[in-house]
Design a binder for this molecule. Structure first.
Ligand SMILES: [Zn+2]
Length: 302
């Protein structure tokens, strides 16, 4: 079985998940996936001298944290690729110093591919679309509040292991969809809508701290979790929230129930994610978790 795994599964793995690796100056860097997508999430793994004093990554000039993962025995970091990122080849850079202050750096190219997110045409009651001055002021204030929240960087990683879907349901509106509402081009859909019955329990996708429980104009009853290291997840249109700001949740904790509050045409969960302010597909987090398990599993066979 061991031989089979080495001979067959490892080449398959390399082909299917497209691992890219590059070594320079003593540090080996890999990215999962090798080719990224607009709105995607990228896991960076580095291996090098065991006595590193500091290590961090940069993507497209933006810094992201990397730390040693005791389970995988790799230095690992995660960054997001905003859905509006222009398709091109960018650079992932990993910079480290050892105890003798020797500096190591390694770069790896990362191609970001264009995604056809599709277009949806919707008809909504005019009062939900054409906002009066007072409502517009409320909407702008709420947007500023969320913006400030996502800019807050918790220098502690709370998430670990796999990310789970907050509800089981199918996707009713995909990530990134361009929406034409009442014949006018509106903003892109920056989360996924999951089908679920009113009252269905909504689960925390990973460990995190509740940083917002509020009733927002568009999003209705909303809960936002801070998973640390710039990663946030959000749960919108809830019928009720069952947590309060400051609560520490574990993966799978029930944080609220599915509803249709705010601008919504029926019960569903809008699930969104941000990494260092990049608007990413939350399902990409679930995928990254799967890759990580697969590769750990293979390593344990050696
Ligand atoms: Zn939605």
């Amino acid at each position: 079985m061991k031989l089979f795994l080495r001979a067959v599964l490892i080449p398959v793995l390399l082909i299917t998940i497209g691992m890219a690796a590059h070594a320079e100056n003593g540090i080996r860097v890999e990215s999962f996936p090798e080719v990224a997508k607009q709105g995607g999430v990228c896991l960076v793994r580095a291996s090098g001298p065991s006595s590193l004093k500091s290590i961090h990554g940069e993507f497209h000039g933006e810094r992201f944290p990397i730390a040693f993962n005791n389970e995988t025995r790799f230095y690992e970091g995660l960054f997001g690729i905003d859905l509006s990122t222009s398709p091109a080849t960018y650079e992932i850079k990993v910079i480290a110093t050892d105890e003798d202050n020797k500096v190591y750096s390694s770069t790896l190219p990362l191609r970001v591919e264009k995604v056809d997110f599709g277009t949806q045409t919707l008809s909504l009651p005019p009062h939900m679309v054409d906002l009066d001055a007072k409502t517009l002021e409320r909407v702008n204030q709420e947007a500023r509040k969320l913006q400030a929240l996502f800019q807050t960087f918790r220098n502690e990683r709370l998430w670990e292991g796999v990310f789970i879907r907050p509800v089981e349901g199918d996707i009713s509106t995909g990530f990134g969809l361009n929406r034409i509402i009442n014949r006018q081009q509106r903003s892109q859909h920056t989360g996924v809508d999951l089908r679920a019955e009113e009252g269905t329990p909504v689960l925390a996708c990973n460990h995190g701290v509740v940083v917002l429980v509020d009733e927002l104009f568009f999003s209705g009853k909303s809960v936002i979790l801070d998973h640390g290291w710039g990663l946030y997840s959000m749960y919108f249109h809830l019928s009720e929230a069952l947590v309060k700001e400051g609560d520490r949740l574990r993966t799978g904790t029930i944080l609220g129930r599915v509803g249709s509050t705010g601008r919504s045409t029926g019960p569903h969960l809008h699930w969104g994610a941000r990494i260092n302010e990049a608007r990413v597909d939350p399902l990409a987090l679930v995928e990254i978790g799967k890759l990580s398990i697969l590769t750990n599993h293979l390593r344990q066979q050696d």
